[in-house]
Each structure stands twice: as C-alpha cells, then as structure tokens.
Design a protein around this ligand. Structure first.
Ligand SMILES: Cc1ncc(COP(=O)(O)O)c(C=O)c1O
Length: 400
C-alpha cells in the first residue's frame, strides 16, 4: 500500500525543466503502438508501390492489407463477416456517420449523461436543427447508470439508444450489455462507443447491438486517424451513407453502392492506417485481454488506495478499480486542476490531462463543471512504481 512521504529508494522523478518522463494520459491516446507496427509500416513503405485497393490490378496488395485488417477486427468484435467492418478516420467520424445516416425528422434519442462530445455534439446539432429530440438519461455522481431508466424514458418515437462503454472522465464502466438488451427489447436501434474500453474489456456485436464504434489509437494501439465501426447487416440496411463518392465499384451509377463495405467507404482509403489496425488487432487477438485488464486493475487499485490518503484531494468516479477503466479524475478545492497538471509536468515530468476532457456532461454529473478535474489514466506500460511516483508528486504539490 502506498503511504505519503518518499518510500525508500523511490525515484520521485523530480525534474529540472520540462521532461515528458511519465505518461499518464492513456485515455487520450496511447503513446506506444503495438510492438510489430513500426516494422510492418517500414516494410510497406519500402516494398509497396502505393496502389489503390479495388481501383487497379496493382492494388491487390493494398486490398490484401484491408482484408487482413477487416478479418482481424471482425474476429475481435465478433462481427459475422469481414464486410461488416467499416474503416473511418476514427470514432468521431464513425459516430457522426451512424447518427446522421440513421436519424430522421421526428426521431427521439436516448443517451447518457456521461457522453463524450463525439456523441453529444452531433446529437445537439441535430436537435438544434429541429430534426430530433434527445433525452439525457441521468447517471449518478460517480457516473454509474441504471439500465432500467431506458424503459421509463422510452417514447413511441424513440429510435435509438447511444451510449459509451466507459466514461473518459470518471472511468466508470457503464452496463452496456444490460442496456442494449433492454433497448432492443423495446425495439430501439443500439449504438455503442467503445473508445475507452476496446483493447482491455471484451465487447462484441451481439444480437442486441446494432453498431459498435471504435477508435484505433487508444487501447487498440494502432495509428492515430484510424478507426471505424462494425455493424449487423440489418443495421447497415437502416443507415444511409452520410458520405458518398468513389468506391471503385458500380461506377456507372450516381448512387452510392448499397453493398458493404462500399456503402460506407468512399474515397482513397488510409492504407497505412488500416495496416496499423490490422497488425495491432492481430497482436491483441494473440493476447489474453483478461491479462491486460488484470494489470490495469492492479495499477488503478494502487492509485485509488493512495489518493485516499492525500489530504485535500477529492476522487471522482466509483473509487473502485473493478468498476472502472484505468482512469481516475481528482480535484482539490484549494488548487486549480490546470495549475496542478502544469506543475506535475514541469516539476515531476508527469503528463496528465486537466479540464473538461471534451465531456462537459460527465462533469455536470460529477459536480465538477465548469472547473473540470485533473485526470490520470494508465496503460499497459504503467508500473506500480510509476503509480507511487505520481502519488508522491501529487501529495507534495498539495502540501506545498
Ligand atoms: C468516450 C470517447 N468517445 C469518443 C472519443 C473520440 O475519439 P477520437 O478522437 O479517436 O475520434 C473519445 C476520445 O477521447 C472518447 O474518450
């Protein structure tokens, strides 16, 4: 257990000037990509002629890269077929494509009070345009969510439940399986944001889930600017293509092809990014997610235990590692979170993230709006010693 004061032999990491030393901002992006990625990218750049998949014979290798990535992602997310994997530039685009392609005038949407702007902003825009109505289902102060609320808020025109699997502010894991099951029983379309959980918690396209949206650069450990969504065939029929253009198929028609994946993939693809997704997800398929989760639980539990003993610090979220992703938000009435984050970085080389984290709703829910919080988030490289170093630094700053 961690206690305040410098444990014997601990490198406190106190630094002179800037040093990126200790990265604790994994909820934002993963600082390291999967192990085999650099080599695969170099190989592609050295060997490949940069042909366009599906556009000419020479593009066969790029087509193979896409197929390999689709196959890995289909297995990873439990999609029945490779064509049910759609590539985008990231989960923000995925969510916009599904929301804007699905929702029609008069539709009512249910969502939660801890969503990221990738969900809340497109919904808010559609609402302001008078196209849809939105109900924010309340979450408790710790971000936990009761799926029974879906039944009590559903209306005759409710079309969709869209929710995140994990709060990027509070770390709280939301009960997606129960929620999508409830929503499906009421005839709703279901869309899940896996940005904070894919790569450490198992989440699959089951019979209650219409679309799982994912991003490549966090837990999946692919390149930034990658992501996509997996969807059921029935869901694909219901979503209009929000972006249309060249697909290299059915070129005689001015209509977007209706078959997958072309219906949702227009323009020249990001082959390097897709290669990175394929390599990273194949690597994850060869690992035990339970093992990744176990390591996350260990460091998160150690941090949560330690911050309890730091005077003047409030911990937000459930305070329980097993109910949380490796994300912990803290605040202090006596210290601005931005100042703390800056001092942690400048004096101890510890990189965290402060403010509202593109999720003001979650802060409203936790009572930390508009000041925001100081957020620590951990990943596979975070060790118990790193946690102790962060606790020591935080404790020292709060005492000063
Ligand atoms: C829950 C959640 N959804 C969506 C996003 C947006 O991800 P991206 O920037 O990769 O599109 C984030 C990013 O932090 C997130 O935490």
């Amino acid at each position: 257990m961690w206690n305040s004061g410098n444990p014997e032999g601990l490198d406190t990491g106190k630094v002179e000037g800037h040093s990126p030393g200790l990265y604790m901002n994994y909820a934002s992006t993963s600082p390291r990509q999967s192990a085999g990625l650099t080599q695969a990218l170099i190989h592609y750049l050295e060997q490949n002629q940069h042909m366009n998949a599906g556009r000419n014979f020479e593009g066969l290798e790029d087509g193979r890269i896409q197929f390999r990535a689709r196959r890995a992602l289909a297995r990873f997310f439990g999609a029945p077929g490779t064509s049910q994997v759609i590539f985008t530039s990231g989960i923000t685009l995925s969510l916009n494509m599904v929301l804007c392609g699905l929702l029609k005038p008069g539709d009512h949407v249910l969502t939660t009070h801890v969503e990221h702007h990738a969900v809340s902003r497109p919904l808010s825009r559609l609402q302001r345009q008078g196209i849809i109505e939105v109900d924010l289902l309340p979450c408790a102060r710790d971000g936990s969510f009761d799926p029974a609320l879906i039944r009590t808020h559903v209306r005759s025109n409710t079309r969709l439940l869209v929710m995140t699997h994990g709060s990027n502010v509070l770390g709280t894991i939301l009960p997606v399986s129960e929620s999508v099951a409830q929503a499906k029983a009421l005839g709703l379309f279901t869309l899940v944001d896996t940005a904070q959980t894919a790569g450490s918690l198992v989440i699959t396209l089951d019979e209650h889930t219409d679309v799982l949206a994912f991003t490549g650069h966090k837990g999946l450990r692919a390149l930034q600017g990658t992501g996509g969504f997996v969807l059921s065939k029935e869901a694909a029929r219901q979503i209009e293509p929000w972006i249309s253009g060249g697909t290299g198929s059915v070129s005689e028609s001015f209509e977007q092809p209706q078959f997958l994946p072309d219906k949702f993939e227009s323009g020249t693809p990001n082959t390097l990014g897709i290669l990175s997704l394929g390599v990273a997800v194949e690597e994850l398929l060869g690992q035990d997610l339970a093992h990744i989760r176990e390591q996350e639980l260990q460091v998160t539990a150690r941090f949560l235990e330690g911050v309890k003993h730091i005077r003047g610090l409030k911990v937000h979220g459930t305070g329980k590692a097993e109910l949380s992703t490796p994300v912990v938000s803290v605040s202090s009435p006596a210290h601005d979170s931005g100042v703390l984050a800056r001092k942690l970085y400048e004096e101890y080389g510890i990189l965290t993230r402060c403010g509202l984290h593109c999720a003001p709703l979650a802060h409203q829910c936790a009572g930390t709006f508009p000041a925001g919080t100081l957020r620590f988030s951990f990943g596979p490289e975070t060790s118990c010693q790193d946690i102790d170093r962060a606790l020591y630094a935080l404790d020292s700053l709060l005492r000063s």
